[in-house]
Design a protein around this ligand. Sequence first.
Ligand code: SAM
Length: 464
Amino acid sequence: MESWLKAAGAAGLDDLELADFPTTGRGVRTLWRFKEGERILTIPSRSLWIVQDAYVDLLLGPALRAVTGPPLSVEDTLALYILFVRSRESGYEGLRSHVAAMPTSYSSSIFFTEEELEVCAGSSLYTVTKQLKRTIEDDYRDLVVRVLLGQHRDLFPLDKFTIEDYKWALCTVWSRAMDFVLPDGTSIRLLAPFADMLNHSPEVKQCHVYDPVSKSLSVLAGKDYEAGDQVFIYYGPIPNNRLLRLYGFVVPGNPHDSYDLVLATHPAAPLFEQKHKLWSSAGLDSTSTIGLTLTDPLPNNVLRFLRIQRADESALAAMVLHPQIDVAAEKISNSNEIEILQFLVESFGILLDEFGTPLEKLEEQLAKGVFSAGGNAWAAAHVNLGEQRVLRLARKKAEDLLAAVKSGSSSAAPTARCANCGKGSVPLMLCGRCKGIMYCGRTCQVAHFKEHKATCMTTASKNV
Ligand SMILES: C[S@@+](CC[C@H](N)C(=O)[O-])C[C@H]1O[C@@H](n2cnc3c(N)ncnc32)[C@H](O)[C@@H]1O
C-alpha cells in the first residue's frame, strides 16, 4: 500500500510507520518529531475512495448508473465500491492493497452477541442497534434486487457480496471514512488509505483537512510529537453510544456522552396538522430525536416540542396566528408547563428503570473488573453508564424546573412580546382598545392593524 501511495504522490510516509499499540490497537507511529500544526501526511486525490470515482469507474460505473429507483446512499455506494474492488482478481492493485490492510472484522455493536448487548439494555444504543440490524437486512435485500442481480450481475458474484460482506463493508465506511463540508456547502465523504490507520484521541485538536483545490487529504500534527509517539487525529465530540455503534470502541468517562430521546406524536392525535406546522417552524418534526447531553441534559428543544404537543386549542390558535414569534421557546402557560415537566420527570424515571443494572451497581462492577477491559461487554457497560448519568441529570433538571414553576419562582415566565415583530426585551405598550396584545411602538401597531382588527373588535366588545 505504501509504495502505491508514494508512486501516486503521497507525502510524509517516510516519517511514519504502522505499529501495534495498547488500547487502540494498530495505529501510526512517527519516526520524526513534529510541532503542533506541522503537516505530517498528504494523500493525493487519485488514491482516495470517493463516490464520484465509483461512478466513473470503467467496470463499476455502468452498473451503478444502471440502477433504477432512488439513488444509492453515499454509504452504500462506498460499501459496494469496496466490496467490488475486494472481489476483483486483477486490476485495482493500489486500492486492493488498501483493502488487504483493512481489519477483517469489527467490534461495532451490530456484531455483539445478545448477551453482550444486554449489558446496555435500556440504553438508546440497545434500541438503535436492534433497529439498525433490521435496517441493514432490508437495505441488503434492496441492493440484491436493484444492483447485485441487476443488468450487470456478472460483476457481483453473490458469494463475495453476502450480507456478512455487506455488514463488513458498512463498518469499514462507518469507522474509516472522513466527512468534510466543502466551501459551496455540499459535503464529501471519503476514505484515505493510510490516513485511515490513525486512531482517535480526545487530547488532540481537529487536524485532518481536505483541500478542495487539490482534492487531497492532509493530516497535520494535532499536538507536539516526539519520535516514537503514536500519531492521533480527532474523530469529533462523539458520545460513547455512537462510538460503539460506528467505530466499535468507547472512551471511558466520555464528556460527550448523550442519550438520544425520541419524542413522537401520532398523526391521529388531536390538532395534529396545526401542531405539525408549529414543529416545522421551530425546526422540529412530529417525531424528533433530541440528544440529551451531560452539559445540556434538558435542551430547550425537548420543552419546545412538548409545549406544542400539549398545547390546548386556544394556545395553539394564538401560536399559529403569530408564526413569526417562537412562542414555544418559552413557557406558554403554567398548566402547560407543569404538565410537560411532570410528564418528563415520570418518563425519565421510567426510562431509568428500564436499564437492567442501576448506575451505582454498574460502577461497582466496572471497578471490580467484572467485565474484561476493552471487551464488548465492558464497552456496553460504559455506554450504559454514560446514558444513565445523562438521564439522571435530565430528570433532576426537570424536577427543579417543575418545583420552580409550582412555587411561582420560575424564570421561565412567559415574556411579553410585540405582536408584530416579536421583540420581547423592550418596553411594550398594550393595544389601547382590546388590551389583549402588546406592541413595541406605534410603527408596529400600525403595521399590524389590518391583521389585528377583527380580533381587536371582538375582544374589545367582550371587555366592555
Ligand atoms: C480509522 S480506524 C484506525 C485504525 C485502526 N486501529 C486499524 O487498525 O485499522 C478506526 C478504528 O480504530 C480503532 N480505534 C481508533 N481510536 C481508538 C481509541 N482511542 N481506542 C480504541 N480503539 C480505537 C477502532 O477500532 C476504530 O474503529
